[in-house]
Design a protein around this ligand. Structure first.
Ligand SMILES: NC(=O)C1=CN([C@@H]2O[C@H](COP(=O)(O)OP(=O)(O)OC[C@H]3O[C@@H](n4cnc5c(N)ncnc54)[C@H](O)[C@@H]3O)[C@@H](O)[C@H]2O)C=CC1
Ligand SMILES: O=C1[C@@H](O)[C@H](O)[C@@H](O)[C@H](O)[C@H]1O
Length: 353
């Protein structure tokens, strides 16, 4: 591994970008943020201010060409990812790209083709649940085979609220994309069809369209996955999954499984509920970033691959059609190139302790 810190350019300095910058500066070893870019130049400049060696730009291309840039972290909105991914590949720079890789399979296929022209993996996709302690423990349990054959998984994915620009399609592309990746990763199976069922519209829903919705995924191994996606439940951030196997069940994301103080007072008993992904998945982002930095400093890319990003985009496209037309929609998946032979079930290390 190189002794000099990895010079990172961070593209997009909103919630996730700023969180990643702070982690890289304060908690991840072996990296230095040397450039930040945001179309809102003032936002990027405010983040660069704290670090004299960090330059700020309002254009991603200029940040990629800045002095000292060895690697790129993309945290702009999904539709802006493809352009930066392609330019990073042109420059041979390793990338950690926040999910979704791209919002559409066609864009993901262009990135997949460009990475194959480059000849080796440069991109890691930010499917951070693969780095969460609970999900890692669930994966290890399933891999041991003690519970037998996976038959079903029941997931709940609830957010407190969403900004006004959050669309019904983004419930699939931005939110359910995590359950899509988890299903592929946990079971090493592809998703073959998607159905979306909507309850009667809520009069007071802050999200356009019906909220919540129920998404049904069918897998190549004959298993079924249900996902309740609730974009604006109003009370807290919850990510739960119960796996049903032929010899038992396993659950992650129940409040009891999370460490925390339970208080009895004022005639009530209970604990806190996370309010967003930044607190719930903070440790996972940390592990994800450290693994990316370590791999990039050794000239490698690990973790969720461009193929995983593409496969998720293909399922999302079927999901959006299913959501719009109310019909079971088969997933159209291209052939997996040899470069990604081992990546679909790529396994981050279990946390120590
Ligand atoms: N892994 C996870 O748990 C999460 C991942 N995300 C992902 O992170 C990415 C960013 O999401 P948020 O930080 O929540 O959004 P945000 O809206 O808070 O920040 C996005 C930033 O990107 C900037 N931007 C827009 N277009 C740009 C462009 N072409 N070039 C450079 N900057 C541009 C915006 O001005 C804004 O500052 C998205 O891909 C999202 O899906 C978001 C939340 C959680
Ligand atoms: O990726 C994320 C957001 O973009 C998305 O909007 C949320 O639903 C997810 O829980 C969060 O992890």
């Amino acid at each position: 591994m190189s002794k000099t810190p990895l010079g990172v350019a961070v593209i997009g300095t909103g919630r996730m970008g700023a969180d990643h910058v702070h982690r890289l500066r304060e908690r991840v070893s072996g990296a230095e943020v040397v450039a930040v870019a945001d179309v809102d130049g003032d936002r990027a400049a405010a983040l660069a201010e704290a670090e004299p060696a960090c330059r700020s730009y309002s254009d991603a291309g200029r940040a990629l060409a800045a002095p000292g840039v060895d690697a790129v972290l993309i945290a702009s909105p999904g539709p802006a990812h493809e352009e930066v991914l392609l330019e990073s590949l042109e420059r041979g720079l390793p990338v950690l790209c926040e999910k979704p890789l791209t919002p559409d399979p066609a864009g993901a296929l262009r990135v997949l083709a460009a990475e194959q022209r480059f000849g080796s993996r440069l991109i890691q996709v930010g499917f951070m649940r693969r780095y969460d302690a609970e999900f890692l423990a669930l994966k290890a349990l399933l891999d041991r085979g003690e519970l037998g054959q996976p038959l079903m998984m029941h997931c709940a994915h609830r957010n407190v609220g969403m900004p006004a620009w959050f669309t019904e399609q983004m419930m699939i592309n931005d939110s359910v994309v995590h359950e899509i990746d988890c299903t592929r990763w946990l079971w090493g199976q592809e998703i073959t069809a998607v159905t979306v069922v909507k309850p009667g519209a809520r009069a007071d829903s802050p999200v356009a369209g019906s909220d919540p919705q129920l998404v049904l995924l069918e897998t190549s191994g004959g298993a079924l996955v249900t996902v309740e996606i609730f974009a604006a439940c109003g009370f807290g951030y919850q990510v739960r999954a119960e796996v049903v196997c032929s010899r038992g069940t396993a659950t992650v994301g129940t409040d009891d499984a999370r460490p925390g103080v339970r208080v009895a007072a004022a005639g009530r008993w209970g604990g806190g509920v996370d309010q967003d992904f930044l607190t719930r998945f903070g440790d996972a982002y940390q592990r994800e970033l450290q693994e990316w930095v370590d791999a990039a400093r050794s000239g490698r890319a690990t973790g969720p691959s461009t193929w995983d990003g593409y496969a998720a985009a293909a399922v999302c496209a079927a999901g959006v059609t299913a959501q719009r037309e109310g019909v079971r929609t088969p997933v159209e998946l291209a052939e997996r190139p040899p470069l990604y032979g081992e990546s679909a079930a790529g396994r981050p290390r279990l946390p120590v302790g």
